[in-house]
Design a protein around this ligand. Sequence first.
Ligand code: CTP
Ligand code: MG
Length: 227
Amino acid sequence: VIAAAGSGERLGAGGPKAFVEVAGRPLLAWSLAAFDAAASVGAIVVVAPPGEEKRIGDLAAEAGIEGIVAPGGEHRSKSVANGLLHVDTELVVVHDAARPLVAPTLIDEVVMRLQGDGGVAGVIAAAPVADTIKEASLSRRVLRTPERSRLWGAQTPQVFRTGILRQALSAHAGELEFATDDASLVERFGGEVLIHEAPQQTIKVTTPRVLRVAELLLAGRSSTELD
Ligand code: CTP
Ligand code: MG
């Protein structure tokens, strides 16, 4: 399930982020190509910005990729829940279209890690944090400095046992707007989640400045890498 239904407020491109051109392709096309090339992925569901379902379908078709298109929800987690309605496999990989640098190998690695551990509910790509992280009050008074060596920045792809993710989403249906990733819902539901260390460069495109960094990193990627 590729979540691509966001409006891209912070990028400020005047339209949904999924269509913004990055290094010669629409942002979403990079993730689509990576999922298409991943051996562990059987089918792709793209969650589209409301009213843009046809344009998303056309974008996938132009890239030669067959995908199911689902309508987006008000919040990211609602979009993921909408996408899940089209999933009938035992495992599901959730990915943010905002991370165009995802590699097919990373997708396959998280999936294999979950397949290899029957007692685990999910495996997420994450990178060690470089900054010292402070927890602060609303008035920005520092409360705590957690030990950095144990802190990870959660990314996507995140792979789950489909049934557990479904249950976690419905158990927390009233608080979906506060969930910044899917694993947090699964964790609160009691599911065990493992970290798979991702390369640092799977950055999330949020602002115009990060978009330029992503362009530089993607331009350096060989066009055959995803084929
Ligand atoms: N997303 C989604 N449905 C929503 C909101 C977000 O599918 N209702 C997706 C986005 O398309 C993106 C991912 O979730 O791929 C991460 O969200 P974010 O980077 O915040 O993207 P936007 O919400 O589009 O950007 P902004 O917050 O700046 O508006
Ligand atoms: Mg957002």
